[in-house]
Design a protein around this ligand. Structure first.
Ligand code: HPA
Length: 277
């Protein structure tokens, strides 16, 4: 099943037949919102609001581990995440969509792994993830290609078919937030090769991967990043742009649910092979 994580401005999915809602307490705490289980044209989907339905979780306090674990518990094997970002690359304008293909991590105080060796949380289950946690293993996963190529390729097709302005690749820099960046930080990130900047893409991507899920992220450029923009940044600007794009985004989500083939051809599910010490 596909799990959709909605970011700023996307707190629910319409046009989806809601079957039920669960709000599981996970070994990593409560997720930031209940998980809505639904169906579109016979395909099942789960939806979770990253910041909570009332946007009460700031980026640095989102319970990323609980969120991914809650999705795992309802049977999600692939995650599609939507995020607002600031544009760093001069070619990336406000309103553009970006199918990111790599990341740079500048976060500071987030739990970014499930595998904590002798400090690992005990969980139930009999799959590889549960075994590694139960046996308190140290695990190093490969993130050479952090985002699922199968979902990214389909996203490119969907955006092309819909004639939606987008960039098929881009490097996402994740900052700690909740403040926006300084112009010097953006200048540094630009020199390091970042195309967009956000506060929530990490550790979500690696946690999903640690659970052998596929993960792809569609970013929406909500504003030119600090210093590139000629004016002071505001949350209002971000929320306004995201609400302008809400209808298009929901259409993309729907297409993805319907068109994603059941078969996983990407290799994401084998990421734990050879990863344990
Ligand atoms: N910086 C960090 N996160 C963001 C931005 C930004 O400029 N815009 C939307 N999310």
């Amino acid at each position: 099943m596909l799990g959709v994580i909605g970011g700023s401005g996307l707190y629910e999915l319409e046009g989806i037949k809601v079957l039920r809602e669960v709000y599981p307490e996970t070994p990593f705490g409560m997720p930031s919102s209940p998980v809505v289980l639904g169906e579109v044209e016979g395909k099942r989907v789960a939806f979770l609001a990253r910041h909570g339905r009332d946007h009460s979780y700031p980026p640095h306090l989102v319970p990323y581990r609980a969120n991914l674990w809650a999705l795992r518990e309802v049977g999600v094997k692939r995650v599609f995440a939507i995020s607002a970002v600031g544009g760093i690359n001069k070619l990336f304008q406000a309103g553009d969509f970006v199918i990111v293909d790599n990341f740079l991590d500048f976060t500071k105080r987030r739990d970014s792994t499930y595998y904590e060796g002798k400090f690992s949380v005990e969980v139930e289950g009999d799959d590889e993830v549960a075994r590694l946690l139960r046996e308190k293993k140290v695990v190093h996963i490969d993130v050479t290609e952090p985002y699922c190529p199968q979902i990214r390729t389909l996203l490119m097709k969907i955006l092309e078919d819909g004639r939606i302005r987008h960039h098929p690749a881009g490097t996402y820099a994740c900052t700690e937030g909740p403040r926006f960046e300084t112009s010097a930080e953006i200048s540094m990130l630009e020199k390091l090769g970042a195309d967009v900047v956000g506060m929530t893409g990490y550790p979500e991507v690696v946690l999903a991967r640690e659970l052998t899920m596929c993960y792809a992220s569609l970013c929406v450029v909500a504003n030119p990043a600090a210093g590139i923009s000629q004016h002071r940044l505001t949350s209002d600007e971000v929320i306004e742009l995201m609400s302008e794009k809400e209808k298009v985004l929901k259409g993309v989500v729907r297409e993805l649910i319907v068109r994603l083939s059941e078969e996983r051809t990407c290799g994401c599910e084998n990421i734990l092979e050879g990863a344990e010490v």
